[in-house]
Design a protein around this ligand. Structure first.
Ligand SMILES: Nc1ncnc2c1ncn2[C@@H]1O[C@H](COP(=O)(O)OP(=O)(O)OP(=O)(O)O)[C@@H](O)[C@H]1O
Ligand SMILES: [Mg+2]
Length: 223
């Protein structure tokens, strides 16, 4: 059976069998500059209604227009910009009621963990992790109820600290699809690697470059 997917309009669709899975959370993780926000912006290009939570001021209208967006397409996007972890928490909890009216085709959170990291102070570890898990569970429930994709991004640092490991475990548990973005061997090349999927084999990868107007697949020759 061919299940309809939701295109990100990027080369990543190739390793996802056409695009994001509906009814589930897809998590794109990778280091700074790996292309997470670019993929998030491209996913907005053909929607009639979207909810976009920008937690780190990454949403650039200029970049959206470069990638094919327009003022008209922007009208389809409800952009929310929480400035603190508690604001983000409130905003995600409120989504459950606001989606009843606006019925988005996709929900994007870029990034889910930037403000989470800022909030952690050594004493509130359990409480903040509980809030992170709650946000994931709310997003997961909405994805299933509306049968829409939820795309979240996750910046990854290789510190190996407990914080990192715990948030990774929570992310792994709740995200039914995990995509890792990393830099390729050649300057400017990025690699997208499928790390987890409910119905596709893991390990599929695609290389791409971030160009002025699109994310373009790089086909590597034998020589
Ligand atoms: N017009 C453009 N042409 C080519 N590359 C561009 C253009 N605009 C942005 N980029 C590239 O996109 C990359 C940043 O991608 P993006 O913002 O999606 O990364 P990110 O993974 O979201 O990073 P962060 O974790 O810091 O949010 C940079 O390498 C930047 O040079
Ligand atoms: Mg970003």
């Amino acid at each position: 059976m061919q299940v309809p997917r939701f295109p990100t309009n990027t080369p990543i669709d190739k390793i996802l069998g056409g695009g994001l899975e509906k009814g589930a959370i897809t998590n794109i993780f990778g280091p700074p500059g790996s292309g997470k926000t670019n993929v998030a912006l491209c996913s907005l290009l053909n929607v009639k209604s979207a909810f976009y939570v920008d937690t780190e001021g990454s949403f650039s209208l200029e970049r959206f227009y470069q990638l094919g967006g327009s003022a008209k397409k922007m009208q389809a996007v409800v952009l929310v910009e929480p400035g603190t972890w508690q604001e983000q928490h409130k905003c995600i909890l409120q989504l459950e009621s606001s989606i009843k009216k606006s019925k988005p085709e996709i929900i994007i959170v870029d990034s889910l963990v930037a403000l989470y990291r800022l909030e952690l102070d050594g004493k509130n570890f359990q409480q903040v992790n509980r809030q992170l898990a709650t946000q994931y569970s709310v997003l997961s429930k909405i994805a299933r109820t509306l049968d829409i994709p939820v795309l979240v991004t996750n910046q990854v640092y290789s510190t190996g600290e407990d914080v990192e490991l715990t948030s990774r475990q929570i992310a792994r548990y709740w995200s039914k699809c995990l995509i890792e973005l990393k830099r390729g061997k050649k300057v400017g090349h990025r690699i997208a690697l499928l790390r987890k999927h409910r119905s596709l084999p893991e390990g599929k990868e695609v290389q791409f470059e971030i160009k002025q107007n699109s994310l373009k697949e790089v086909k590597l020759g034998l020589f």
